[in-house]
Ligand binder design. Structure first.
Ligand code: UFG
Length: 337
């Protein structure tokens, strides 16, 4: 199939592009480098040993997006493009709602115009909000989100369900990611945050490479196994393969389906630090500080729906996630910059 990836130069988009090519699909990338770098495309081409059609456009630009659909026969779309910084979304909510929702609506208009009916959407575990018990299962209520970023994901899920309800040919999979980490095993592609990282893995790897002095662990008084926060970390390559499996599912089924992509296993911050140290034979200095506002104590996925419908499950271990993160960071101490 010929797949359009919006945001295909981003962290998850780039790794998913690689997996679609490896699975034998054709790809077209649309990205405006809002949170990515042109060098990513070169790296993907090196890994996949082929040229990738690329368009530097904003997905919300319907005229330019329309041209891409005229130029290429698109069979399905994987929609990653969107702003994703939780803290920033609290400060500039209008920009987040405008960007994430407008671009999705533009994409839906153009897909309809060109009769493209298969869509995989990059959603997030954050749609489960702050009220559910763990593990999170797709039948649970959503909402009670703590920030505008999370609401954009939930609102877009609703929009896509509404489209599927009226268009009998439409097939959409809402993939709810847990915590994607790691990098391509080649060390050529990985996560490239701007400035000081907010997320745990990029922060640890910048401590390891000497760019940051020590990790600050946000709280050790949570009601968890060792007091530190617990999450379901998933290797980005496993996550990427989940999209290939989701497209296979979308080919066979109509309607809208929300599916968790995680390992089903919760790991604490201290467990991550210890595994990173052991896997890479490197010391990570850390200090326990106060809790970070908005953090939940613990959550992880129920992954039975993904296993049943997508015939997919994760293959990589926590050690793989730590080793691949470190290889990427060592080979690219300044990311793509
Ligand atoms: N943590 C630290 N120190 C750090 C960074 C993180 O102790 O410097 C801890 C956090 O408190 C948390 C865990 O490490 O317990 C994971 O934090 P991340 O920032 O890596 O990830 P989050 O779970 O907070 O956020 C992720 C995604 C968001 C998404 C959110 C909810 O990055 O995009 O899950 O699903 F919105």
């Amino acid at each position: 199939m010929n797949i359009l990836l919006t945001g295909g130069a981003g962290y998850i988009g780039s790794h998913t592009t690689i997996e679609f090519i490896e699975a034998g699909h054709g790809v077209v990338i649309v990205d405006n480098f809002a949170n990515s770098n042109p060098l990513v495309l070169k790296r993907i081409e090196e890994i996949c040993r082929q040229k990738i059609p690329f368009y530097n456009i904003n997905v919300a630009d319907v005229v330019k997006l329309d041209e891409v659909f005229y130029k290429h026969k698109i069979d399905a779309v994987i929609h990653f493009a969107g702003l994703k910084a939780v803290g920033e979304s609290v400060k500039i909510p209008v920009k987040y709602y405008r960007n994430n929702i407008d671009s999705t609506l533009a994409l839906l208009e153009i897909m309809e115009k060109h009769n493209v009916n298969k869509l995989i959407f990059s959603s997030s575990a954050t749609v489960y909000g702050e009220i559910n018990n763990i593990p999170y299962i797709e039948t649970m209520p959503t909402g009670h989100c703590s920030n505008p970023y999370a609401w954009t994901k939930l609102f877009i899920e609703q929009i896509l369900k509404d489209v599927a309800a009226v268009n009998q040919d439409f097939s959409v999979v809402l993939l709810r990611y847990f915590n994607p980490v790691g990098a391509h095993p080649s060390g050529k592609t990985g996560e490239n945050p701007n400035g000081i990282p907010n997320n745990l893995f990029p922060y640890i790897s910048q401590v390891a490479v000497g760019k940051l002095v020590e990790l600050k662990i946000f709280g050790n008084d949570y009601p968890t196994k060792d007091g530190t926060g617990v999450r379901d970390y998933i290797h980005v390559t496993d996550l990427a393969k989940g999209h290939v499996a989701a497209l296979e599912y979308a080919k066979r089924h109509k309607g809208a389906e929300a599916i968790n992509l995680g390992t089903g296993i919760g790991c604490s911050v201290l467990e991550i630090v210890k595994t990173f140290e052991k896997a890479n034979k490197i010391k990570i200095p850390y200090q326990i500080v106060g809790r970070r506002a908005g953090d939940l104590a613990e959550y992880y996925a129920d992954v039975s729906k993904a296993a049943l419908l997508l015939k997919w499950k994760t293959q990589k271990t926590l050690e793989d996630m730590c080793r691949d993160t470190w290889r990427w960071q060592m080979q690219n101490p300044n990311g793509y910059n």
